[in-house]
Design a protein around this ligand. Structure first.
Ligand SMILES: Cc1cc2nc3c(=O)[nH]c(=O)nc-3n(C[C@H](O)[C@H](O)[C@H](O)COP(=O)(O)OP(=O)(O)OC[C@H]3O[C@@H](n4cnc5c(N)ncnc54)[C@H](O)[C@@H]3O)c2cc1C
Length: 595
């Protein structure tokens, strides 16, 4: 297994030098305690926990998988102990509300912690990850009584949470949901139905599991407008917050699957399980969206974490593995052959992984910062702006970062050659683990539809302008800085293509929604690459300022990655533009029966 080293220098570069996260403690009173000393201490401790506790369990956890025996699910050896330490150190409560026992620290810091957890052990990260989404939904939509009952236990991590949406016949189209709720005289409900693919639906890590379940009330309208959200605990809580009687909810089986084998993926049967409505009747989807939006960004962090792990493994191997001589003549004549890192094609793979990973970290952490501003900035206008920007870029972070995580894992295998395909090296596990991130929390195709169908048009382009305006202002201001031109000119070209594509979409999509559907995935990638180019311009600007100082090698490497990105990756925007504006005709010509 390649060892994982938490990339703290990279993380701090983005947090402090790019995003100036250290100023949050001054500008946003709610984060007064998030001083650089506190942030540094958290990052160091999280990095150490991931390197020493979680990463060593990753490969054995994959080999062993979860066990199912008559409704009982046991996680692989070591997971229970690691989870207990995770809870003991207070990690679950990091970004949570202090009113419920949380530490109230910025979500941005939690993003960095999530990235490291996902690099070290994606399966482990699923358990607290789902709980955090569950916490967010109850926090936003639960009654005071529900918040008092569930949130403190979710914050400590003593109890965990799930999101129960999917049923055998309904995944993307949740309007087809059949699970039903029958009212009881005491105001509670009984749930009947079966949910499938429920992550962390049953396990041995916590005393109780709190399910959030989409179900239909008897008089509910058909489709998506008739879905309500319910909270349904595995054990009914006692009045003093303890664990009471067993509820009628049970795990029917766990899935045998391609990856994240140490994360339980469960069939959950509700056989008259007692549950309580969360929020208003028939408004379950909007409540669930609270959970899904944060969860989508969290899945983006999974992609980033996998990409970083794959890159680290590939670089270490490429420095060690000796094969053939450099095309420019032997670079290490004292060795029987040169290390493969001298070969242009291996460098192409490593630099692709690196340039996209570093810019993806910058983009996603920026969203973490904006999420904090949207939640707690004293100026309501600034909050609204930040909220729009996060909403616009959430599908991009989810889809692009997970596509990149999978691609980077694949490149990692390629760098290892045949050894990458062999289980003991751990590289093929990254490919298998990464694959699901492109599917759950809304497939990446659905993210693209969300971007073009919902986000672009919101407020007559208001959301889109939250990104377009600052980028265009940056390009204009940077045009006066000669040293930046090698980065800004290609970015300006890509940005112009993005603007043209957006105008094309607005027109073609308005006339025919299938045109928007046909262009969506290519448009999302064009948008993402342009956003990464903007990130690289800003990072390169910092590197140019500091490259003659103490950490010359660090900043030189930033510039090298930025140059590679501009020359060898960003030109993909040209072909994406050509493809997406080709329209739907070639996609839709063939009748279904002819496939
Ligand atoms: C390991 C694992 C863990 C999971 N964890 C959870 C969980 O914790 N909770 C939970 O509720 N669910 C969970 N899921 C379910 C997951 O969210 C769904 O699999 C996902 O939403 C896709 O639904 P589906 O599988 O039914 O695919 P479908 O909805 O049948 O989609 C099949 C294909 O059609 C495409 N498609 C569908 N509709 C459209 C459209 N309108 N336009 C364009 N393309 C379309 C999709 O993009 C996809 O490519 C998990 C799944 C797995 C495998």
């Amino acid at each position: 297994m390649p060892a994982y080293k938490a990339p703290l220098r990279e993380i701090k570069f983005v947090l402090y030098e790019l995003l100036k996260a250290d100023s949050l403690s001054n500008t946003v009173p709610a984060y007064a305690e998030a001083t650089p000393e506190t942030i540094d201490a958290i990052l160091e401790a999280a990095g150490q926990f991931c390197e020493e506790e979680l990463q060593p369990l990753n490969h054995p956890g994959d080999e062993e998988g979860c066990h199912f025996d008559n409704g009982v699910v046991t996680t692989p050896k070591g997971f229970k102990e690691a989870y207990a330490k995770f809870v003991e150190s207070g990690w679950p409560g990091l970004p949570c509300d202090p009113d419920y026992g949380g530490q109230g620290l910025p979500k941005l810091i939690n993003f960095a912690v999530e990235e490291m957890i996902c690099s070290a052990n994606l399966s482990f990260g699923m358990y607290p990850g789902l709980s955090n989404g569950n916490y967010n939904a109850i926090h936003a939509h639960g009654s005071d009584e529900q918040k008092a009952l569930y949130l403190p236990k979710l914050v400590t991590g003593e109890w965990s949470g799930t999101m129960c949406l999917t049923e055998p016949h309904c995944g993307t189209d949740l309007g087809l949901c059949k699970t039903r709720a029958e009212a009881n005289a005491d105001g509670s409900y009984n749930l009947f139905g079966t949910k499938i693919f429920i992550s962390a639906g049953e396990h041995d890590l916590t005393d109780n599991i709190i399910h959030l379940v989409l179900a239909r009330l008897p008089d509910a309208p058909a489709g998506i407008r008739g879905i309500s959200l319910f909270v349904c605990p595995k054990f009914l809580p006692t009045a003093d917050g303890g664990v009471g009687a067993r509820n009628k909810v049970a795990c029917g089986s766990i899935e045998k699957k391609m990856g994240i084998k140490a994360s339980s993926t469960c069939v959950i049967n509700f056989d008259g399980a007692q549950a309580w409505l969360v929020g208003k009747p028939n408004k379950g989807m909007s409540a669930m969206f609270t959970m899904m939006n944060t969860a989508r960004l969290a899945v983006g962090m999974q992609g980033l974490g996998i990409a970083e792990a794959a890159y680290q493994g590939a670089v270490t191997y490429a420095r060690d593995r000796l094969q053939m001589r450099s095309l420019a003549g032997a670079k290490f004549p004292e060795k029987p052959a040169d290390p493969i890192i001298v070969h242009p094609d291996v460098r192409r793979m490593l630099l692709k992984m690196r340039a996209l990973t570093e810019a993806s970290r910058a983009l996603s952490y920026w969203m973490g910062l904006e999420l904090d501003i949207a939640s707690h900035h004293p100026d309501p206008e600034r909050r609204a702006e930040a909220d729009d920007l996060v909403a616009l870029l959430t599908p991009i972070v989810k889809a692009f970062l997970t596509d990149h995580g999978f691609d980077a894992a694949n490149l990692g295998v390629q760098v290892f050659g045949g050894h990458g395909y062999i289980r003991e090296w751990g590289m093929e596990q990254l490919v298998r683990d990464a694959r699901i991130t492109q599917i759950y929390e809304g497939t990446n195709g659905i993210q693209a539809l969300d971007l073009v169908g919902r986000k672009l048009g919101t407020g007559v382009g208001r959301m889109a302008r939250r990104f377009f305006h600052p980028v265009s202002e940056y390009i204009e201001a940077a045009s006066e800085k000669p040293a930046l031109q090698e980065f800004v000119l290609p970015t300006a070209k890509a940005f112009a293509k993005l603007q043209q594509a957006t105008a094309w979409l607005a027109q073609a999509g308005m006339a025919d929604p299938e045109e928007a559907g046909a262009a969506a995935t290519d448009y999302l990638r064009l948008f993402a690459l342009t956003a990464l180019a903007y990130m690289w311009c800003r990072m390169a600007e910092i590197a140019l300022e500091k490259k003659d100082g103490e950490e010359a090698a660090f900043y030189d490497a930033k510039l090298a990655a930025a140059r590679f990105f501009m020359a060898r990756l960003l030109p993909e925007t040209n072909s994406l533009f050509t493809m997406l504006t080709a329209g739907k005709s070639t996609l839709m010509a063939l009748p279904a029966e002819a496939f």
